[in-house]
Design a protein around this ligand. Structure first.
Ligand SMILES: Cc1ncc(COP(=O)(O)O)c(C=O)c1O
Length: 416
């Protein structure tokens, strides 16, 4: 399906059968069974327009960017910067210079840790996170703890996996240098009340970093309406290539921050006596970037926007409700993470069967789920488990996928 056709058909509603046809990887069999892909939270499959754009970029428009005066380099530069503009549009940022290309969400958080928080920290200052964070939003702060005495403070969650907002508020203090939290938990599926969190933090003059790694592919995002200071995401979870992601930061904050890494591209002039840095966002983009991946991320953004993020969200919400009801009927199965506001993720455990065994047996039926701690060990342990199996939904999943999962889980339940 072309992007133009997609946009034209949007008014006809979300046609998941046609959408699936765009994803070549989904058209295969695994162990003789049609692939049922339920691991989009780890990384999404790629639609044909993204695959084609990646190939076209490498075949026809490839050269290093920002450096050449020759036509090909200028074309590659234009395409790279057009992709930045698409990220700006996706997030509704005010200016393209507020979009820094990174490798992924992880790099975005590390950049904020080292360039925004570290220069402001005095011994005993704090960063406030939640108990449901991905390791990418835990470890960078622990590194800062070792480097400059930053304290990591963790807001608790309840047994359903919901943030306890009153307790969160009570932990905000004059020592809090930043609030950093996942918009959507990758392990539990909880959608955090980020508007409330931002308001509480801003009432005290505390800036907020949103980890939107599990949000941008499921929910419409508007950084100006949210008024968050920073937001990060990864392209590979948004149906784009791996190796590319973005950090949004308010322009005045980015401009005042020191560079994260040094090298080519991030300078305006270099001598052995010293260096003048480039303007934002280039100041934060040292070295040759993932040029073709950025361009193809732009195509992935076109793709989800042509489908409509609100329509994607509605499709996935209906599917999550269907899957939740169906999984609850499987004997001995317990859903881990039962927040009132969830999206995309179903973590579960079963009596007797270890998550590893569940994952292995599902794979024999062609069903791909993730097992373990999902890079969120504290969250899984907080809810009383050492590991879970996790089915996560993308825009291409169907009720048939859920039916296949449930049928297979029923067989596993009977086996143990
Ligand atoms: C909530 C959340 N934050 C951060 C990350 C890190 O993403 P990446 O590995 O692409 O940097 C993930 C990845 O699963 C995630 O789910």
């Amino acid at each position: 399906m072309t992007l133009a056709t997609l946009a034209a058909e949007r008014s006809l509603g979300f046609d998941v059968a046609r959408v699936r046809a765009d994803f070549p990887c989904l058209q295969q069999t695994i162990h003789g069974r049609p692939l049922v892909f339920l691991d989009t939270a780890a990384s999404a499959q790629k639609p044909r327009p993204v695959i084609d754009e990646l190939a076209r970029m490498l075949r026809e428009d490839y050269a290093n960017i920002h450096r050449g005066i020759y036509d090909l380099s200028q074309r590659a530069t234009d395409r790279h910067e057009a992709a930045r503009e698409k990220v700006r549009g996706l997030l509704n940022a005010a200016e393209a210079c507020e979009i820094v290309f990174t490798r992924n969400a992880t790099e975005g958080i590390n950049l904020v840790a080292q360039s925004f928080v570290r220069p402001r920290v005095r011994q005993g200052d704090q960063v406030l996170i939640t108990a449901m964070e991905h390791h990418a939003n835990i470890v960078p702060w622990q590194l800062l703890g070792a480097q400059c005495g930053l304290e990591l403070v963790v807001a608790p969650i309840n047994d359903a996996g919901e943030l306890l907002l009153d307790e969160f508020e009570a932990l905000l203090s004059p020592r809090t240098k930043l609030v950093s939290l996942a918009w959507v938990s990758n392990a539990l599926g909880t959608v955090n009340p980020v508007e409330d969190v931002i308001e509480l933090a801003h009432d005290r003059g505390i800036p907020v970093l949103l980890d939107a790694a599990q949000a941008v592919q499921h929910l419409p995002v508007d950084v100006r309406a949210l008024d968050c200071e920073f937001l990060v995401f990864s392209g590979h979870k948004l149906y784009g290539p791996s190796g590319i992601g973005a950090l949004y930061g308010k322009a005045d904050l980015l401009a005042a921050m020191p560079p994260y890494q040094g090298g080519g591209e991030m300078i305006s002039s270099v001598s052995f006596a010293g260096t003048e840095f480039n303007d934002i966002p280039y100041k934060f983009e040292a070295g040759t970037p993932a040029i073709e991946a950025a361009v193809a991320l732009g195509t992935a953004i076109d793709y989800v926007q042509a489908l409509g993020l609100a329509d994607i969200a509605a499709h996935e919400a209906a599917l999550l409700a269907y899957a939740t009801r169906a999984l609850q009927q499987v004997p001995g199965l317990q859903i881990v993470g039962t927040a009132r506001h969830k999206c995309s993720v179903l973590s579960f455990v079963m009596d007797q069967a270890h998550p590893q065994d569940i994952g292995t047996l599902l794979d024999l039926d062609g069903i791909a789920v993730r097992t373990g701690q999902h890079c969120a060990q504290p969250a899984i342990e907080r809810l009383g488990h050492s590991a879970t199996a996790r089915a996560s939904l993308g825009l291409y999943n169907t009720q048939d996928d859920i039916d296949a999962l449930v049928a297979s889980l029923r067989r596993i339940a009977a086996m143990f």
